[in-house]
Design a protein around this ligand. Structure first.
Ligand code: EPU
Length: 416
């Protein structure tokens, strides 16, 4: 179990090269299962979730190697249709392999996926989508078993724009002579990146980024090379931290358009933001102000993955902020840790009321999940004295080189 020790108070100055998006590379790795040649993915973050996903490909019979930030994956040897339970438990996005295994092998089996404990996270939308597309999907409470019974044209109506269910339906739809229309599809930039990757492999996918995605199935897909989009949540994490503690940080290799919902809020709170399409400079030289009402929503709304960090920042902002978490039912667990640091937060169902304090104080806290762990580092950087953050392996699931990047920006942080 890793621990960070952070001595708070230093402002952040310097530059961060933002890595490729975790939530883009994971479904794209699952998509490589659809093709018989080598695929090369550039700009892949070196984080544990990517490592586990490469292990899944190997366990299925493919090969996956890393060289720098590039991944070389060859799925021609894939023969197994069942993902080992031990790997399924390690991350939620393991379930995205179902769509491509199903398309390739006609049957896919796995146990219930693991991942961060931020809500119930069922898989009913995924299974309903497979059923609508002509598969027979069974779930006995522990194992998921999906078999293709008929390849047919279909319309998949998603109850809500689930990112994972949209990805699974897209992957299953790519092979076989049929037309699939996904209605109420997720519009996240990671869905657009997946469409681009699939089309480079020879698929015919249209509409990603809107709420209707149409896929015309093809017989075969070929290998390709693709550069993963920048990680908007990694960028948001460093921006929010800088706004909260103060300083001036240049973020390079970002897509400004993908994080407008975050920069808009930080600007209103008093941070000074300059940008081009691929670079953002954030400057903050006074205590930031509170933001009265923040709602997390599907893209292009404010991302739930940046909610915990924003809560930590609002804990030291001037005034009262309210955050409403609309995506996951259990994503306020960070609040209990922030209270140990002297924050003033009241939870009322899906609303958190945060009364900003002039200062937080160092304490011993524990990462409840990936984004919550990063949020606690934000709080620690703003706090007086020393904070010990336990369970930092959660943070390593999604942030490459987190500790070194922060140290270079001026944070007093060590890993013990
Ligand atoms: N949901 C269901 N049934 C389903 C699927 C989802 O009820 O079959 C519910 C979920 O429980 C949740 C909501 O629908 O309340 C939205 O879930 P969604 O399916 O959109 O999320 P996901 O695909 O499981 C991805 C990201 C998450 C991110 C969410 C929302 C990946 C690998 N994960 O999860 O990222 O929070 O979309 O944007 O892409 C993270 O990076 O820390 C992270 C948790």
């Amino acid at each position: 179990m890793g621990k960070f020790v952070v001595c708070g108070g230093n402002r952040l100055f310097g530059e961060v090269n933002v890595h490729g998006a975790k939530n883009s590379v994971l479904p794209i790795l699952a998509a490589t299962v659809l093709c018989e040649d080598e695929c090369i993915m550039d700009n892949c973050p070196d984080i544990s979730d990517v490592g586990v996903t490469m292990e899944i490909i190997r366990a299925l019979g493919g090969t996956a190697e890393r060289s720098g930030s590039s991944l070389y994956v060859n799925s021609s040897g894939i023969s197994k249709n069942e993902i080992p339970e031990m790997l399924m438990r390690r991350l939620r996005s393991s379930v995205i392999f179902l769509g491509s295994i199903l398309a390739k092998c006609g049957r896919a089996r796995c146990s219930i996926p693991g991942g961060c404990a931020i809500g119930k996270r069922p898989v009913n939308y995924h299974l309903n989508a497979f059923e609508a597309m002509g598969a027979d999907a069974r779930f006995d409470g522990k194992y998921i078993d999906v078999k293709v019974s008929e390849i047919k044209d279909s319309v998949v109506m998603l109850e809500m724009p689930s990112v994972g269910a949209t990805e699974n339906a897209m992957l299953f739809a790519c092979l076989g002579e049929r037309k699939t229309v996904i209605v109420n599809a997720a519009k996240e930039p990671e869905i657009v990146d997946l469409q681009e990757f699939l089309n480079k492999m020879g698929a015919r996918v249209f509409g990603a980024g809107t709420s209707v995605v149409t896929i015309y199935g093809v017989k075969k897909l070929h290998g390709t090379k693709h550069k993963i989009i920048p990680d908007r949540i990694e960028a948001a994490t460093y921006m929010i931290m800088t706004a909260a503690v103060g300083g001036k940080v240049n973020l390079k290799g970002v897509n400004f358009g993908h994080i407008r919902s975050v920069t808009d809020i930080l600007s209103v709170c008093g941070a000074d933001i300059e940008h081009s399409d691929n670079e953002i400079c954030i400057k903050s030289d006074k205590r930031i102000g509170a933001y009265p009402m923040i709602n997390t929503n599907p893209y292009p709304g404010f991302p739930t993955d940046a909610q915990s960090s924003l809560m930590a920042a609002m804990a030291v902002a001037d005034g009262v902020s309210v955050i409403v978490e609309n995506i996951f039912e259990n994503r306020f667990t960070t609040a209990a840790e922030l209270l140990k640091m002297g924050a003033d937060i009241t939870l009322e169902g899906k609303r958190a009321i945060i009364r900003g304090k002039q200062k937080l104080k160092g304490a011993s806290v524990s990462s409840p999940d990936l984004r919550g762990g990063a949020a606690l580092v934000t709080a620690a950087v703003c706090a007086e004295g020393e904070t010990v953050i336990e369970n930092t392996e959660y943070i390593e699931r999604g942030y490459e080189n987190f500790e070194n990047i922060l140290r270079r920006l001026g944070v007093q942080i060590s890993n013990i």
